[in-house]
Write a protein that binds this ligand. Structure first.
Ligand code: C2E
Ligand code: MG
Ligand code: MG
Length: 454
């Protein structure tokens, strides 16, 4: 490896380093594997050089090639702990740094790389100053295979470019959490295909006709080793590691098969499935969903896709396009946990959803909290203005239900009606459902009159 060129040093003519993705992926895989054995981290650094085309146009391709060679040498000299550095495509370099004990220094490393590449290079009579974006992610926390980790690093790079910061470094998990997560992640790998996962169902009660016309499928995991693990624990880990794609695929294949048996008064219910934007942008999951619906003859309008508001906000424009695309294909869309993602009210106008689910955070103290009442009322009014239905989650008592009815909420979901139940138990619950238990004869009459007027 040659040493770094001095500041302003003349750029010697050199061949561009070859694009060698294959060798890089093999090196990264070896580092990840060794890291898992020794309990250390592997950092994956991506460096994206801007305006290479501009350099090619202005100074010619030979200069462009020499610049790429200069960058490669600078990286080799500057990132001494790297096991492999390769050019991954036209203007992106990948660096794998194995056996890291602590992620504390990652932000410093990112700054150092930017500084290293920002030095002036003199070329003919001119001076070139490069500009770059850097992303750093760590495995196995954010990807336990080389492909998953690279995918995550590319997403981080995209983020660095879009938010203008030019630098995105993940926050690695602390030691204790990481050990817990590794065990969870390994067990989760076994869960898919071993029968440890199940879908439970919870009714959504229509406040127009008081019938359980819809339900939500919620994943449950009974791990042989860890016992019952809640989705609040394993879904975020699966999102980070990319295992969510396998879990979602399992849910997509399971749901239409089970949903055939879920009926109320002989009518199929609308069933909601929780998905993340990452699932939806994975093309293969969309086609798996389509085939599963076809095989089990489940019409698209009987399925609702619930997507959490906070994940949509990670990339609002891309999410909006994705949702519009799904809507055009006939899917019913719901924004989950509304109110927790800090989206602005103008978001209502942009997002092509059919339904808003008001987070239980605003519902659980609704009867006593004037502030929550104002928020919930406003959300319902605005949602209706944009032709969206509203669902209140976390309804636990009669007083809350009655207040939501007064506020013209469209659906209620919560323990007051039922906890999530496994398929057969849920069907039994539907068969035993009695409107009279929850709604008075006057309320029923009022609803009937309203339905007749509509
Ligand atoms: P979520 O989609 O907002 O689901 C509603 C959560 O509220 C469920 O928790 C449900 O059991 C709980 N809940 C319902 N009624 C009440 C109530 O009256 N009181 C209280 N305190 N809680 C109530 P759960 O099943 O633990 O799921 C937690 C989260 O995990 C879900 O929130 C969803 O974001 C995620 N999740 C669950 N299943 C899946 C899945 O299949 N795929 C994906 N991507 N995420 C899932
Ligand atoms: Mg949900
Ligand atoms: Mg929710």
């Amino acid at each position: 490896m040659t040493s770094l060129h001095d500041v302003g040093e003349k750029l010697p003519p050199q061949k561009a380093p070859a694009i060698d993705r294959e060798r890089f992926m093999a090196g990264l895989a070896t580092d990840l594997h060794a890291g898992c054995q020794s309990g250390t981290l592997t950092a994956l650094i991506l460096v994206d050089i801007f305006r290479l085309r501009h350099i090619n146009n202005r100074f010619g391709y030979e200069t462009g090639d020499s610049v790429l060679a200069w960058v490669y040498e600078a990286l080799c000299a500057g990132v001494k702990k790297a096991s492999v550095i390769r050019r991954l495509d036209g203007n992106v370099f990948g660096i794998s740094v194995p056996e890291m004990k602590s992620p504390r220094l990652l932000p410093v490393a990112a700054g150092k790389i930017q500084q290293l590449l920002n030095r002036p290079i003199s070329c003919h009579e001119d001076e070139i100053r490069l500009d770059c974006s850097v992303s750093i992610t760590v495995g196995p926390d954010y990807g336990h295979t080389e492909h998953r980790l690279l995918l995550h690093a590319e997403q981080c790079l995209e983020r660095a470019k879009q938010d203008g910061s030019r630098c995105y470094v993940v926050e690695a998990l602390d030691e204790e959490n990481r050990i817990g997560e590794w065990e969870l992640r390994d067990e989760l790998n076994k869960a898919v295909g071993s029968g440890e996962l199940k879908l439970y169902y919870q009714p959504k009660i229509s406040l127009a006709n008081f019938m359980p016309t819809a339900c939500e499928a919620l994943m449950r995991w009974d791990s042989e080793k860890l016992g019952r693990v809640g989705p609040d624990q394993f879904i975020p880990v699966a999102e980070r590691t990319g295992q969510i794609l396998d879990l979602s695929e399992w849910a997509i294949l399971t749901l239409p098969r089970e949903a055939r048996h879920i009926r109320y008064r002989n009518q199929a219910l609308n069933v909601a499935l929780n998905l993340s934007p990452r699932d939806l942008s994975a093309g293969h999951l969309q086609s798996t969903l389509e085939s599963a619906l076809n095989i089990w003859e489940m019409p698209r309008e009987k399925l609702t896709l619930e997507i959490t508001e906070s994940t949509l906000m990670d990339n609002p424009q891309q999410s909006q396009e994705l949702m519009q695309n799904l809507r055009n294909r006939g899917y019913r869309l719901s924004i989950d946990d509304f109110g927790t993602g800090y989206s602005s009210m103008s978001y209502f106008k942009l997002i092509p959803a059919h339904e808003i689910k008001i987070d239980k955070y605003f519902i659980q103290n609704l009867v006593h909290d004037r502030g929550d009442q104002i928020i919930v009322k406003a959300v319902i009014a605005i949602a209706h203005h944009f032709n969206m239905k509203t669902v209140a989650e976390g309804v636990e008592d009669e007083a809350t239900l009655k207040l939501l009815m007064k506020m013209k909420c469209d659906y209620a979901q919560g323990y007051y009606f039922s906890r999530p139940l496994v398929g057969e138990e849920f069907q039994q619950w539907l068969e035993g459902y009695s409107m009279a238990r929850y709604f008075s004869p006057q309320e029923k009459q009022l609803a009937r009159r309203k339905a007749a007027n509509d």
